[in-house]
Design a protein around this ligand. Sequence first.
Ligand code: PEP
Length: 251
Amino acid sequence: MRKPIIAGNWKMNNTQKEAVELITALKPRLKDVGKTEVVVCVPYTCIEKVKKAVRGSKIKVGAENVAWADKGAFTGEISAAMLKEVGAEYVIIGHSERRQYFGETDESVNKRTVQALKNDLKPIVCIGETLDEREEGKTNAVLKTQIEGAFAGFTQDDIKKVVIAYEPVWAIGTGKTATSEQANESIKFIRKTLAKLFTRPVANKVRIQYGGSMNAKNAHELMSMSDIDGGLIGGASLKAEDFEKVVKFNG
Ligand code: PEP
């Protein structure tokens, strides 16, 4: 039985003051979340404050990226050890916005994920096809390439520590959600690909989220699908009321 995981991705939103206000509003709303694991992935500058603000709650804190090197001449990068130091537990890697605007590749996603695991950070690795790729019938081929690239050289133990977020690029921030069947079908394909690489029992242990305009209205249906284990939530994670409803997808 895989434990559901709902993670907010704040992206480049919230100053420290706004971050603390949002967590203060979320805490009483997320007192009773059952067995669902709840994470907020926040800008680097907010991690330490948010970590303090979530004290006394079950909310976990993550970052939105991590460097692929330990340390050194990499201006603007933040290492896994630095994230650990300020209290991050999770880290998003390979988000489509990083791939689209900052040139990240499956190879850099692989190296960043290795760094995260080496430093005991839990990676949330994002994969997903563009609209053109889906319309050209290439969805599965794209997902297979991304999986093989991101997890090259991984052991069975490594992959069990990873959360994968299936995020069709055309559904992110657009208000267009994949239907629950489309999302489940792609996630089943991801699991099948993992089974080929790491064995079926291992693949069955890996948690796979859906991400892409998931909100209060569609969370229940998406989460009731066989292979969807959680959600990576952008827009709807920025308002306490909306995020609460997604986290409490069971009503
Ligand atoms: C995301 O940024 O990962 C995301 C899914 O965004 P949104 O929920 O706004 O589509």
